[in-house]
Design a protein. Structure first.
Length: 402
């Protein structure tokens, strides 16, 4: 990530795109994941509904190291691993210009980006050949394609908004011709560094509009500052939606294609924050619950991986966060989401198997919730207990059952 000159804040937001998810059935695809090592057969010990292929040894530069010569080994294994485990919803990030094709060989070289990988292709024919080969090989197997990752950050892209829109348009036309059912997910934008977001994203949307919006889904990453909470993440999601609205963007699904908290860097203002204990599970669950509140229909957690210093919440076998996500899926997958009410005290209603349950939590700290009409309270660790008080003071999320 890199900072930039401060840009003007957007004007008063118009109604944001994306229809309300209230009244819809919660699909397991809401629960997306990055799986580090999937190209070698690694797989989560909890259910997931969708997989994003990034930091998995499958970038363009890692597959096509020489023009026209493709090593599909890692990508084949990643796709086969997902399918073997019952996940057929796969999002492929096509980014990472090979050094031989890059117009900016000095770019990249960090954050998993190969040298030259952040530059624009020196000839769009190189991109077209890559997209054609990819979509042809994985027709019916990869269900969605994303041209680039965090296109507004120089770590990942040194392209102009127009260049990025050209790549998106070319990818859309090629993939739709080969595999009409596949989705094109717009290049993701980072929102955490607000100046970099506001400098790039409105211009990029204008370029997409000039090309008749060649996307099926809009995408952003709402990592808050390292000391931020789910509240700050939701603020960034609303900012993203307001910029989409001001651009006149069409009413398309919204996906958060990377989520976590405590992400360190850049600089001393974003020190490492370790989020442990019950809070880790609560915040992980809130990433998905807040998505529903904000009409974001999919979240890809970053990442299922061994413990590391970069991210604040660890997601792996036996971790508090992984247990919380497994429990939350038990609560809401297959349920009808009826909507949420409240500001600091949030109450969301879900109907599953004819039973109306509520998930409640406090945005900050704890808050008192009336328990009238409910007999059990269930925690994200999977345990339920009888309700014996008229009010419970909760941090949450907690499931209240009648």
């Amino acid at each position: 990530m890199a900072s930039s000159v401060i840009a003007a804040a957007p004007a008063q937001a118009a109604p944001a795109p994306a229809k309300s998810l209230a009244g819809t059935t919660v699909d397991r695809t809401l629960f997306g994941m990055h799986v580090l090592g999937v190209q070698g057969g690694t797989w989560p010990s909890i259910p997931i509904g969708s997989l994003r292929l990034w930091d998995s040894g499958t970038t363009w530069s890692q597959v096509e190291k020489k023009r026209g010569v493709f090593d599909w080994t890692a990508l084949d294994t990643a796709v086969a691993t997902a399918q073997k485990n019952g996940v057929n919803d796969i999002l492929m990030v096509m980014a990472g210009t090979p050094a031989w094709a890059s117009s900016d060989p000095s770019s990249g070289g960090v954050a998993g980006v190969e040298p030259g990988g952040a530059g624009a292709p020196s000839d769009l024919a190189y991109w077209d050949e890559w997209v054609t080969a990819l979509a042809t090989r994985y027709k019916g197997k990869i269900t969605s394609y994303q041209p680039w990752n965090e296109a507004n950050l120089s770590t990942f892209s040194t392209m102009t908004p127009a260049q990025m829109a050209d790549l998106t348009k070319h990818a859309y036309d090629i993939v739709k011709k080969i595999d009409p059912k596949a989705l094109i997910v717009a290049p993701s934008t980072g929102t955490r560094l607000k100046p970099a977001f506001l400098r790039f994203y409105p211009k990029f949307l204008a370029e997409l509009k000039a090309r008749n919006w060649p996307v099926d889904v809009f995408s952003a990453h709402t990592y808050p500052a390292s000391l931020g909470t789910p509240v700050e993440s939701a603020v960034l999601a609303r900012l993203w939606k307001s910029v989409l609205a001001q651009a006149g963007a069409p009413d398309l699904p919204l996906w958060d294609t990377e989520a976590n908290f405590g992400l360190k860097g850049p600089g001393n203002a974003n020190p490492d924050q370790d989020i442990n204990g019950p809070q880790a599970g609560q915040w992980a669950a809130r990433a998905y619950l807040d998505a529903l509140r904000l009409n974001v229909s999919r979240v890809y957690w970053y990442a299922w991986a061994p413990d590391g210093d970069l991210l604040g919440i660890q997601m792996n076998k036996g971790s508090v966060a992984s247990k919380a996500l497994a429990t939350l899926q038990d609560w809401i997958v297959g349920a009808t989401y009826k909507g949420c009410v409240g500001a600091n005290r949030v109450k969301c209603t879900f109907v599953k198997d004819g039973v109306k349950n509520k998930i409640v939590w406090s945005e900050r700290g704890t808050a008192a919730f009336v328990t009238r009409g409910f007999t059990q309270a269930c925690d994200l660790n999977g345990a339920c207990a009888p309700i014996t008080k008229k009010k419970l003071r909760l941090a949450g999320p907690v499931l209240l059952k009648p």
